[in-house]
Design a protein around this ligand. Structure first.
Ligand SMILES: [Zn+2]
Length: 114
């Protein structure tokens, strides 16, 4: 059972809103670039576009993790590791409210990547 669930949920909702604003700004920039692009340097603008897309993807990843965490709060599954089913420590949840894995599963995942 997570004691600070309301606090964590508030953190998640605040961060979700920040990300929504950041993503909508990126989207607007992209639209205005397209409008002046007809005679522009295609290669340069596509390189810039890639940078923006990768930034956008990081935000999108985080956004999806937050959406997942909020969904888990609603279904009462929040605070359980999605890998092993053990409870995630509350200290970890307060530092990383979008955590869906316990520390040992997260470490195992990161070791596997490198
Ligand atoms: Zn785990």
């Amino acid at each position: 059972m997570v004691n600070n669930l309301e606090l964590i949920k508030e953190k998640l909702l605040n961060r979700k809103q920040e990300l929504e604003e950041a993503m909508s700004l990126l989207y607007k920039e992209k639209v205005s670039d397209d409008q002046v692009q007809d005679t522009g340097d295609q290669a340069l603008s596509s390189a810039l576009e890639e940078i923006k897309i990768s930034l956008h993807n990081n935000e999108l990843d985080e956004y999806q993790m937050i959406a997942k965490a909020l969904e888990m709060i609603d279904t009462g599954m929040y605070g359980m590791c999605m890998e092993c089913g053990n409870p995630i420590s509350e200290k970890r949840l307060l530092s990383f409210p979008n955590a869906t894995r316990c520390l040992s599963c997260q470490e195992a995942l990161e070791e596997g990547r490198s």
